[in-house]
Structures are given as structure tokens and as C-alpha cells.
Design a protein around this ligand. Structure first.
Ligand code: ADP
Length: 600
């Protein structure tokens, strides 16, 4: 989607930018005074130009005194030399103001990007690259340009007007109305230009962001066969940016119009009125001098103002506002005092969760303690909320009310790295990406050694799969693996992390009961907490404790306690007994669909 900008946003952008630029200027009062003084000296050739030419003509060449004419031209030449010297100093002083400002911007961009990337739940700030390499330079150049053009416009306009007034006051009456009309056309269109400029900057960032997202996710994009979709996403951002660029180019026509009205029209007026001016006492030298003030002073000053503000000034406002906004630091995870979990007891304290504001809660005011190291199974009919509860325990879902604590700390307060170190959730749909088996196994624990890999692969019964694929370093095509093989890889990947809490959400449902038993035995033997959303009754029987879920109701106990106290549990076990055969034998599916629910 093309970024859009409202008038309110533009107003606030202008205010923000004025505040930031004024603050930058206030830090260099001495440099500002020097800049003003050198700018006046720089404009000396202009100040004298019309006056000198008028006198060179009227008192010199036209009066038959070429030496006087040449002397006036000599004065102008000296003024040009003085102006050149002043220009050198103007640029030096400009650097004293602008370069420290640029350094501050770089600090701000880097600080903001780091804070955003490391904040709780934060993502890498890929737009920061465009801000750092491109936008900071845009601001630096245009800030310097704005300073030059503002001082130049003021000095040149004042100089040209004073010069013309000393020659003849009537010319002023010819010049002022079109000049004001040209400025008005420009100022009226400024807001709309600003809005388009902002869209231009935003689309520029969107291109960088989408390209960098695709580049970082290339492996996943290929694994999912989403190349065309990813290309399409980047292409849309490139097209939006190209549109914004074209619109900006069209806006330059308005700038040209305002220069034509404010700068060229007075010159044409002066030429048309020349006979009348001569008839009313003006000399040829006066008219030539006025023409020089117009074409060498007012017209370039107006053109610089319009071009400078219309292009560079707008770029400055919009880009600087974006940099200030992006440099604002979110509350940073590292600045929040994060408590480390004390042990790994999991506690649900009055937890309620629903999918949507008006939906019935799937989990309702649940209190549950899962002691560190417990092997717990969750059972219940399909749709009872087992996966939801697993998600709450793993902090992939945030409760609407109540708290989930790990080792006494609310899981929502732990940053993603801490969470990854302490718990791993293995979902039913195992994810294997297009890479080597070794990369897939080490995905959550890149430092795992070859021996560690061997141990886990042998323990989980994955050796035959690794051998068939040709070893750890051969790239796998996920489509060539069976669902069960993918599940085994996902389990091995989680096992390697040594995370003290493992949560399996029907993560072994595609394995046969023997393979499933081996996996659960190995994981239980790790010594950490093992929570299994059970797919078969055998899984529940292996657990030390069972949580039975039925909609918002939940009870916990051992197999014997639930058999004695929970009719639904008896139904679930009975269903298995009657229909499927003994515990631990193929087909002892526990998690039923509507059958389990209707038997309540
Ligand atoms: P179980 O794991 O026991 O089968 P779930 O936790 O998956 O149950 O689902 C519990 C209820 O929440 C079901 O009614 C299901 O339809 C609903 N549900 C699950 N995920 C979502 C979701 N992302 N959006 C809306 N409703 C959902």
C-alpha cells in the first residue's frame, strides 16, 4: 500500500523540524553572526552592479568619458574579488554549523534503530540503513543549502531593492506586484509539495524495508515456494516509489511558473515601459542598471528561493521529521530491569483468554501450577483449548486477564532471547527449511557440536533418516520428508537447545506409537519440565500428571484420580478401550472430535 500523509501530520512535521533546526542554530551563535557578515560582503558585487553600470554608462561611456566608465567597471571588478573571498569564508562557517548537526543525526538514527531492535518483542529495523546512508546526507546537504539560500535571498533582495531605489523609485512599482504574485503562487503550493515529498521519503524507506525483509527471509521464501509473491511485494513498493518520484517531477512545473511571474515578468515590464521611463526623466543607464538588479539580483534570488525551498527545503522538512520520529527510542528492554526466572516452575494465575473481544473465553480463570521437572499431559476433546493453553504457557499468546509466570516472572516480561533459552514449543506442523539437516538441527542452538548432534539423532531414532539423506551437510528438500520425519527433526532441534521447559503440542502425532514413546521417554529423561498435548492415551499414561480440558473447564490429577472423578476422562479412555485396543499399541488415539464432546 502506498503510504499516505494528512495535513495534520504535515503541520506537526513542520513544527518539529523548525524546533530541531532552531536548536541546531542556537548552538552556534558566533558562527551565525560571522555567516551574516560574510554573506553581506559576498553580495557586494550585486549591491554595486546596477549602480556601477548606470554610472559607467551615464557618467562615462555615454558622456564621452571612457576613463570614468572604465573606473566604475574597475570598482565592480574589485567588488567581485571581495565577494569571492567572502564566499570561501561562508562555506567554512557553514561546515562549522552543519557537520556537528549531521553527527548528532547519525547518533540519533543508530540509537533509535538499536533500541527498536532490542526492545521487548522488537524486530530488526531494516529501514535504518536507508536513513543512515541516504536520508542523513539529504538532511545535511539541504540544511546547508537552506542556510545559504536564506541568507543569500535576504541579502540579494534587500541589496537589489536598495540599488533600484537609489536609481529610480518608479521601477520599484513595476517590480513589486509581479514579485509578490510569484511568491504567493509558490507559497500556496508549498503544502501540497511537502505532502508529496513526504510520500516520496516513505516509499523510499518501504522499498529498502521490503527488499531487506525478502533478502533476510530468502531461505523461508524458497522453502515455501513463495518467490513470485515475494517479488510481487517488492515490485509494488518500487512502483509506489516511482509514482511518487513522477509526481514530484510534475510539481517542478509550479516552481517554474512562480519564477516566471515573480522574476521574468518585472524584467519584461521594465523593457515595455522603457520609452515611457525615458520620456519621464530616467536615463538609459538607470534602465540598464535596473535591468541588472532584476536579472542578476532579484531573479536568481527568487529562483534559488523557489528551487531551494521547493526541492531541498521540502526534502529537509520531510526527511528530518522522519529521522526525528525514527530516532525516538521506544522503551528499551535493556533499560527495563528484567528479573531472571528463579527456577522453572510454571504458574497460571487466574488466566483468561479468548480469540477476539466478544468471543467466549477458551481458557477461563485458570489456576494451575506445573512444578519444575514435571511430566504433564494435556488431554481433552478437539477444540477444548489444549493448544491455546500450550500457547499461553509458551508466551506465544498473552492472557486477557491473569498472569502466566515462569520461575516467578510473568512470561510477558521476558525478552524473546530469554524465553528461547528457557522454553521451546514444538507445534504439530513441524517446520523444516530448505537447508542442510545440520542447519535445521542447529537452528535454535547453533553452537551444538557434532557429538551432541549424533547423541540426539541416535537417541530419537533419526539416524536412518540422516543416513538416507546423505549426512548432516546435505541440503534437504523438505517436500521429500514424511510428516513424521519432519516431526522428528523438530523434536531433535528442540532437544538440542537444553531448554528446561519443552512443550509438545501434538508434536509427535505423525509418529507411530513406538517412535512416539521413544521420543517422550528421551525428552522426559532430560530432567526438565515436559508438557505434552497428548494425541494418544499412551502419552497421558506416561505422564506424572494429567490436565483434562473441556472448554473452559479444567481438572488436573493422576490417571487414577481422573478415572475416579472425571466422567469425560472415563469416556475418553473408554472410547479407546472399546474401539482401539490396549495402551501403547498402534491406533490408541485419545484426542477425539465431536465424539468426545458429545459424550459429556
Ligand atoms: P485444542 O488444541 O484442544 O484442539 P484449541 O486451543 O486449538 O483446541 O482451540 C480452542 C478453541 O479456540 C476452538 O474453538 C478453536 O476453534 C478456537 N481457536 C483456536 N485458534 C483460534 C484462532 N486463531 N482464532 C479464533 N479461534 C481459534
Amino acid at each position: 500500500m502506498t503510504p499516505s500523509v494528512t495535513p495534520v501530520e504535515m503541520n506537526s512535521a513542520t513544527n518539529t523540524v523548525s524546533r530541531v533546526l532552531l536548536a541546531a542554530l542556537r548552538r552556534h551563535p558566533r558562527a551565525l553572526v560571522l555567516l551574516a557578515l560574510w554573506s553581506v560582503l559576498e553580495a557586494l558585487p550585486l549591491l554595486l552592479s546596477g549602480y556601477g553600470v548606470a554610472h559607467a554608462l551615464d557618467d562615462g561611456f555615454l558622456a564621452g568619458r571612457p576613463a570614468t566608465g572604465a573606473a566604475w567597471l574597475g570598482v565592480l571588478a574589485v567588488a567581485v574579488l571581495a565577494g569571492a573571498l567572502a564566499t570561501r569564508h561562508v562555506y567554512r562557517i557553514l561546515a562549522e554549523i552543519v557537520e556537528p548537526f549531521r553527527d548528532d543525526l547519525v547518533d540519533n538514527v543508530v540509537g533509535g534503530a538499536l533500541a527498536r531492535s532490542t526492545v521487548l518483542g522488537g524486530r530488526p529495523d531494516s529501514g535504518a540503513v536507508a536513513r543512515l546512508t541516504h536520508q542523513v546526507e539529504v538532511v545535511r546537504d539541504n540544511f546547508a543549502g537552506l542556510l545559504l539560500l536564506t541568507s543569500g535571498f535576504v541579502v540579494s533582495t534587500v541589496g537589489a531593492v536598495i540599488g533600484m531605489a537609489t536609481l529610480t523609485g518608479v521601477v520599484g512599482l513595476l517590480v513589486l506586484p509581479p514579485l509578490l504574485a510569484g511568491l504567493t503562487v509558490f507559497l500556496v503550493s508549498l503544502r501540497s509539495m511537502m505532502t508529496r515529498q513526504r510520500v516520496h521519503v516513505l516509499t523510499d524507506e518501504a522499498v529498502a524495508e521490503s527488499a531487506s525483509t525478502v533478502a533476510h527471509s530468502l531461505r523461508d521464501v524458497v522453502a515455501c515456494g513463495a518467490e513470485d509473491r515475494a517479488c510481487g511485494q517488492v515490485q509494488r513498493q518500487v512502483d509506489a516509489h516511482a509514482d511518487a518520484e513522477r509526481t514530484l517531477a510534475r510539481m517542478t512545473a509550479i516552481r517554474t511558473l512562480s519564477v516566471a511571474i515573480g522574476g521574468w515578468l518585472p524584467a519584461v515590464g521594465l523593457l515595455v515601459a522603457a520609452p515611457w521611463l525615458l520620456a519621464t526623466g530616467s536615463t538609459l543607464g538607470t534602465i540598464a542598471g535596473a535591468l541588472i538588479y532584476l536579472t542578476q539580483g532579484l531573479l536568481p534570488a527568487l529562483k534559488s528561493l523557489v528551487d531551494g525551498l521547493g526541492a531541498g527545503g521540502l526534502k529537509l522538512v520531510v526527511t528530518l521529521d522522519r529521522l526525528v520520529e525514527a530516532g525516538e527510542h521506544p522503551v528499551c528492554a535493556s533499560t527495563v530491569q528484567q528479573r531472571a526466572p528463579q527456577g522453572h516452575e510454571l504458574l497460571l494465575d487466574g488466566v483468561t483468554f479468548s480469540y477476539g473481544r466478544h468471543a467466549e473465553p477458551v481458557v477461563n480463570r485458570v489456576n494451575l501450577v506445573i512444578p519444575q521437572g514435571q511430566h504433564l499431559a494435556m488431554v481433552g476433546p478437539s477444540g477444548a483449548g489444549k493448544s491455546t493453553l500450550a500457547g499461553l504457557l509458551a508466551a506465544t499468546h498473552a492472557p486477557d486477564r491473569g498472569k502466566v509466570r515462569l520461575g516467578g516472572v510473568p512470561v510477558g516480561d521476558l525478552d524473546s532471547q530469554t524465553l528461547t533459552r528457557h522454553r521451546v514449543l514444538i507445534p504439530q506442523e513441524a517446520y523444516v527449511f530448505a537447508g542442510t539437516i545440520g542447519e535445521n538441527l542447529r537452528y535454535l542452538h547453533p553452537a551444538a557440536t557434532g557429538t551432541e548432534l549424533d547423541t540426539v539423532v541416535d537417541a530419537l531414532g533419526l539416524r536412518a533418516v540422516v543416513a538416507r539423506l546423505g549426512g548432516y551437510d546435505v541440503v534437504v528438500d523438505p517436500g521429500m520428508l514424511s510428516a513424521g520425519e519432519r516431526q522428528l527433526i523438530a523434536v531433535a532441534r528442540a532437544h538440542l537447545t537444553r531448554a528446561p521447559v519443552l512443550i509438545l503440542d501434538e508434536a509427535t502425532c505423525h509418529l507411530d506409537p513406538v517412535a512416539e514413546e521413544r521420543v517422550e521417554r528421551v525428552l522426559a529423561a532430560r530432567g526438565g519440565t515436559l508438557i505434552v498435548v497428548a494425541h494418544r492415551i499412551s502419552s497421558a499414561l506416561r505422564a506424572q500428571r494429567i490436565v483434562l480440558m473441556d472448554g473452559a473447564n479444567m481438572i488436573a490429577g493422576t490417571h487414577g484420580e481422573l478415572l475416579a472423578n472425571a466422567p469425560l476422562y472415563r469416556d475418553l479412555v473408554g472410547l479407546w478401550d472399546v474401539g482401539q485396543g490396549p495402551v501403547g499399541v498402534s491406533g490408541d488415539t485419545l484426542v477425539t472430535g465431536t465424539a468426545g464432546r458429545s459424550s459429556l
